[in-house]
Design a protein around this ligand. Structure first.
Ligand code: ADP
Length: 372
């Protein structure tokens, strides 16, 4: 009997030890807890609490034994009591965010009521101030970015639009100067005039592309389903002199029959991709193979060239406006083409990217959604 008794005692002692350990474990979890826990009865009386990293808003002796309506401002008390009732009646967790006047304006919290039984529940209160502050900051940053973006786009639009008139004057008067007074100019004078004309020509391309770029996602663009091959070929016509000069070939592999797009904008994409494939190309026979296919939702196109290729490190850079990998003496250009393509393709709900091997060539991929 004595042995049995001492066995029971040992068991009790061990159970108590295990419980103490468990309590300690729980306490350390609570200590690291960012939330405040309140044990409440269904009348809203604060029976007990646990505060980890966060302090209670008032000393415990001021709220323990009191009810929510006695502690909280009337409005907050009303919704918390309603939540508490709902939680106990439904036996489900309920949650709500609320604010209380604090030292520096409103303090934001989230409360979750967890039912224990028909008479009691636990309220978990979380300080939402850091999150609320982050949300406000994020909102402000987004607003600011939107404003800056708008300013920049308006600036690009106004600058490129308003520059075109004086530019036309420079071009036409230097033409006139050459035609009327060309024979009065010596060799140097003629060369200078040619520089003016070339400069005006370059600036003309730059301002036109910049204008297109700033307008690309502004206009209410109408998209229609159209014959893809016809759209590509009609855009090739304007490139014929350039293609002939470079002895370039454009080949077609199987292509989807149709594409849903804005013809003018997609035409610009095709012209840019084709021109780039031929321009950045040192082969005797620059060639571009255009192919593609349809999936359920998208039309995919590939423009494969045998050009100089693009280093992998530059894969982000080339789609940024004014970014170029070469200087003007090597290859002419403005650095707007691919940025414009990206803007257009993305406004068509698609993607543009490339694969490339330096010295072998590049393949540009575009996808366009089929929906209008
Ligand atoms: P641009 O052609 O006016 O220089 P883009 O925006 O069209 O400007 O292209 C940006 C840069 O990306 C080019 O300057 C060139 O260095 C590189 N690039 C574009 N397309 C190709 C290509 N098919 N092959 C090799 N390099 C290319």
């Amino acid at each position: 009997g004595l042995i049995m008794f001492s066995e029971v005692i040992t068991e009790i002692v061990e159970t108590r030890k295990a419980l103490e350990l468990r309590n300690k474990e729980l306490q350390s979890i609570f200590d690291a807890f960012p939330d405040l826990l309140f044990h409440l009865d269904k009348k809203g009386t604060y029976l007990d609490f646990k505060a980890g990293m966060q302090k209670t808003f008032m000393p415990p002796e001021l709220f323990l034994g009191k009810t929510i309506p006695e502690i909280m401002p009337p409005e907050t008390a009303e919704f918390q009591m309603a939540l508490l009732r709902k939680c106990i009646e439904s036996g489900e967790i309920v949650r709500e965010e609320y604010s209380l006047p604090g030292k520096e304006g409103l303090d934001h919290f989230e409360v979750r009521f967890l039912p224990i039984n028909e008479n009691e529940a636990v309220a978990v209160v979380r300080d939402m101030n850091p999150l609320a502050r982050q949300r406000i900051e994020l909102k402000e940053t987004i607003q600011q970015l939107k404003r800056t973006n708008l300013d920049l786009e308006q600036f690009a639009y106004v600058a490129s639009h308003d520059m075109r008139e004086p530019l036309r004057m420079i071009g036409s008067f230097s033409d006139l100067l050459g035609a009327r007074y060309g024979d009065k100019l010596d060799k140097n004078g003629k060369a200078y005039l040619e520089y003016i004309r070339k400069g005006a020509e370059k600036l003309d391309i730059l301002t036109r592309q910049l204008l297109e770029f700033s307008m690309a996602d502004k206009k209410e663009v109408i998209r229609e389903e159209m014959e893809l091959r016809h759209l590509i070929e009609s855009n090739l016509e304007i490139l014929v002199p350039f293609l002939n000069e470079r002895r370039a070939k454009i080949e077609f592999d199987p292509l989807p029959k149709k594409i849903t797009c804005n013809a003018i904008q997609m035409g610009m994409v095709f012209q840019n991709l084709i021109t780039n494939g031929i321009k950045f190309n040192t082969s005797q026979n620059p060639t571009i193979i255009i192919s593609g296919e349809e999936t359920k939702n998208e039309t995919l196109l590939r423009f494969k060239d045998n050009g100089i290729g693009i280093p992998e490190a530059a894969s982000e850079k080339v789609f940024k406006v004014f970014r170029r990998l070469h200087n003007h003496d090597e290859y002419g250009g403005t650095g707007i083409g691919l940025a414009l393509c990206k803007k257009i393709i993305e406004s068509h709900g698609g993607k543009i990217y490339f694969e490339s091997e330096v010295g072998k060539g590049s393949t540009f991929y575009i996808s366009v959604t089929k929906q209008n």
